[in-house]
Design a protein around this ligand. Structure first.
Ligand code: GRG
Length: 272
């Protein structure tokens, strides 16, 4: 398997679907739609939607079964990045080397662009191509991003601004702020395929470990909290251990899980 080619193919497919789903800039209010499109198409790696698709394929589903869930996840991810950059949160001027949405446009536009992306995600799931799975998908996404999910993780992260974090707090933040959406990506891919509960559970376990490892590597790449709390060497060892646990959870799928295992290995070796 040529992983780089596979990732590129999946990204192209996801970008085409996102382009179809997002309102055109010509639709009123044009500036709001321009801001939504600016943030969605500003160079994201599309890791989460790729995971949705691969999880669905691993369970015997088709790409088409997963594409709406994949787009919904990316819309929520983009929403969370727009809001994360706002002055009341991380107050960042740049995202992916480009002006953050509120700097390119203005704060009100960025807040509303985020809100509109979040709500669009649920609309997409509700009109999805996974008959019978819609409610399960909507429930999974909603549960992963609320106060017991990403919003909770972000809240605690902000609460600890300027304070020393210990391993317990950091694990909580990583698991919620970053891990929850990655875990949801794997679970939603499985749900979209109509997989039985044991298989869904296995992919959820893979997603939980992979999500935690992803944030640790993110911190290693930019000198973030995991490096401060664990030290660089121990942080990398932790990410490797989490990834081997993640991959072990997929043994029941035999070679059908090869792509997912290769992706999780790649995510801890990445330099981007
Ligand atoms: C979702 C209801 C709800 C609230 C969101 C603002 C907020 C509350 C949460 C912020 C969450 C956040 C910014 C987490 C960081 C996750 C992370 C590691 C992002 C980087 O992911 P990549 O590398 O990004 O996949 P690209 O740029 O490739 O898309």
């Amino acid at each position: 398997m040529n992983l780089i080619k596979l990732l590129q193919e999946r990204r192209d497919l996801i970008d085409k679907a996102l382009n179809r789903i997002l309102p055109k800039e010509s639709a009123k209010p044009g500036k709001l739609h321009k801001a939504m499109r600016y943030s969605v198409f500003s160079g994201g790696k599309r890791i989460r939607p790729v995971l949705v698709i691969e999880s669905c394929l691993c369970c015997g589903g088709a790409v088409n079964d997963a594409i709406d869930a994949a787009c919904a996840i990316e819309l929520v991810h983009t929403f969370s990045l727009i809001h994360d950059d706002l002055p009341g949160m991380d107050d960042d001027n740049y995202r992916r080397g480009k002006l953050a949405c509120h700097r390119k446009f203005d704060e009100a536009t960025a807040i509303l662009a985020g809100d509109a992306l979040l709500t669009l995600a649920f609309e997409v799931l509700a009109r999805g191509r996974a008959p019978g799975a819609e409610i399960k998908l909507i429930r999974e996404l909603a549960a992963s991003i609320g106060s017991l999910g990403i919003a909770g993780g972000q809240y605690v992260d902000i609460e600890y601004t300027g304070r020393k974090k210990d391993a317990k707090i950091l694990n909580y933040i990583n698991e919620h702020k970053t891990g929850m959406l990655i875990k949801a990506s794997l679970k939603m891919g499985a749900l979209a395929s109509g997989a039985a509960s044991g298989r869904v559970k296995a992919l959820e376990t893979f997603g939980r470990y992979t999500g935690e490892a992803f944030q640790i590597v993110d911190d290693i790449l930019d000198g973030g909290d995991s490096v401060k709390v664990f030290g660089k060497k121990d942080a990398l060892n932790k990410a490797r251990l989490l990834t081997s646990k993640a991959n072990a959870a997929l043994d029941i799928f035999k070679d059908k899980a090869d792509e997912l295992k290769t992706i999780s290995d790649y995510l801890i070796k990445r330099r981007f």
